[in-house]
Ligand binder design. Structure first.
Ligand SMILES: NC(=O)c1ccc[n+]([C@@H]2O[C@H](COP(=O)([O-])OP(=O)(O)OC[C@H]3O[C@@H](n4cnc5c(N)ncnc54)[C@H](O)[C@@H]3O)[C@@H](O)[C@H]2O)c1
Length: 418
């Protein structure tokens, strides 16, 4: 049983998953009012060694880990398994911060929302890209009215890389990175647009781009999925967004927001922390230069943020999670926003397989809407048996793909050298 925490006590944190999770673990410092007390990973040798290095308990069994004296759990386990882990932690009375995605089916989204509501604990979705220096500045500008009302946005998370690197972090043909449908990793593209403009997605149409048959990276990876997806999203204020995610040549993360009175965007090249603001004041006397390009600063804690990963965004994850726990108030990236942006990927894949037809993003703040979706277990995970009577959706727009001997042999060389 978790002991009652006094308001000035350090928040006792446990982290699940020691890949990405190590960043959260090392960032749970006293300066933020946090204290790392436990780690959990099924990779026993590694979790013991990191636990020893950080001087904290190491677990391989999640249920045992939850029995540790913890206030909060940070989930950086596999992409498609966060919701059941989060629900278990909430039911054990822990606050939860979860990596992306929040849920892998609509039924999981309903269950997660209700677990948060019933537990009264804090849930934060750990989307770090809204908290880069340029996105924080664009949120400030938007809220000041600098570009008027949100009309159109673009978000891009383009992440190519050599096969050796991808194989190193995707061990086994069933690792999620080797089969995840191309729309699912969409939260890095949409979260900043939602955060800057305070809007929610309501409808999607999506398109998937398979790998070219001659792609050298695909030839060296045991993959059953596509390279990239384009998702168009209608937001709840009527604006439209274009999201582009994953594997295209030309690495980059970039956002653009058109408003009724102007435009703001990050720079695509050079200093990508800079913001470009265009204000064509047709409606009034021009009071500012039409175009301004400048380097913004973080609104707070410049030094710590500047040293953190993902353009400073990683720093604000632990900061905001700790602040929410202390105040008892759900963070901006709450369960409803986390589930909504995760559903863009799920409904997006349904759209891809339905010839890009429109799918809605249901509003899970309403119980009557949740009731319509609590049995929606539609799930392309090839490692999971289909529910009775439900066809297994493929992970590629080309249908079920087979892995060649060459792909597997190359990946095995990478796995063997670890
Ligand atoms: N926000 C970001 O910028 C960012 C960057 C990288 C990864 N991520 C996310 O972080 C998560 C983890 O990604 P990763 O890169 O570390 O790779 P990963 O998914 O391969 O790592 C997951 C880790 O969790 C462990 N794990 C799996 N099942 C477990 C279980 N039942 N109990 C305990 N431990 C278990 C695995 O052994 C592994 O070490 C993913 O959801 C990914 O999308 C986010």
């Amino acid at each position: 049983m978790t002991k009652k925490r006094r308001s000035n006590d350090l928040i006792r944190v446990g982290v699940v998953g020691i890949g990405r999770g190590q960043g959260f673990a090392r960032g749970a410092t006293e300066a933020l009012g946090m204290k790392l007390v436990a780690l959990c990973d099924t990779w026993e040798e590694r979790v013991r060694s990191v636990g020893k290095e950080l001087g904290v308990a190491a677990y391989t069994d999640y249920a045992k880990f939850l029995e540790h004296d913890l206030d909060a759990v940070i989930l950086a386990n596999y992409f498609h398994q966060h919701a059941p882990f989060a629900i278990q932690a909430l039911q054990a009375g822990k606050h939860v911060m979860s990596e992306t995605s929040a849920c892998f089916t609509l039924a999981q989204g309903v269950a997660l929302v209700e677990a948060v509501e019933q537990s009264g604990r804090i849930y934060m979705f750990a989307e770090n890209y809204p908290y880069t220096v340029s996105n924080l500045e664009m949120r400030r500008l938007y809220r000041s009215g600098a570009i008027g009302e949100f009309v159109y946005g673009e978000g891009e998370y383009i992440h190519p890389g050599p096969a050796d690197d991808w194989n190193r972090i995707s061990r086994g043909v069933d690792h999620w990175r080797n089969w995840l449908p191309s729309t699912y990793y969409c939260t890095h593209a949409i979260a900043p647009l939602m955060f800057i403009t305070d809007t929610l997605p309501v409808k999607v149409n999506a398109f998937s781009l398979p790998f070219r048959p001659d792609d050298p990276v695909r030839a060296r990876r045991p993959m059953r999925n596509d390279a990239c997806s384009l998702i168009t999203v209608r937001m709840d204020n009527g604006a439209v967004c274009k999201l582009l995610q994953y594997y295209l040549r030309g690495h980059g993360v970039w956002y653009r927001v058109h408003g009724s009175l102007g435009l703001m965007e990050g720079l695509r090249g050079g200093d990508t922390g800079k913001v470009r603001l265009i204000r064509e004041q047709y409606h009034q006397r021009q009071t500012t230069p039409v175009e301004q390009i400048y380097q913004p600063d973080w609104p707070r804690e410049h030094q710590a943020a500047a040293q953190a990963g993902h353009g400073g965004g990683d720093y604000f994850m632990n900061v905001n999670f700790a602040a929410a726990i202390r105040s008892g108030k759900q963070p901006y990236l709450d369960v409803y926003r986390g589930v909504a942006m995760s559903m863009v990927g799920i409904q997006g894949w349904k759209s891809v397989l339905g010839d890009s037809t429109t799918f809605e993003i249901p509003d899970f703040r309403k119980k009557r809407v949740r009731d319509l979706h609590r049995a929606d277990h539609w799930n392309p995970d090839p490692t999971e048996k289909p529910k009775r009577g439900m066809p297994k959706p493929p992970c590629s727009i080309q249908g079920p793909l087979t892995i060649s001997k060459q792909q597997l042999a190359y990946a095995r060389k990478n796995w063997g050298s670890q």
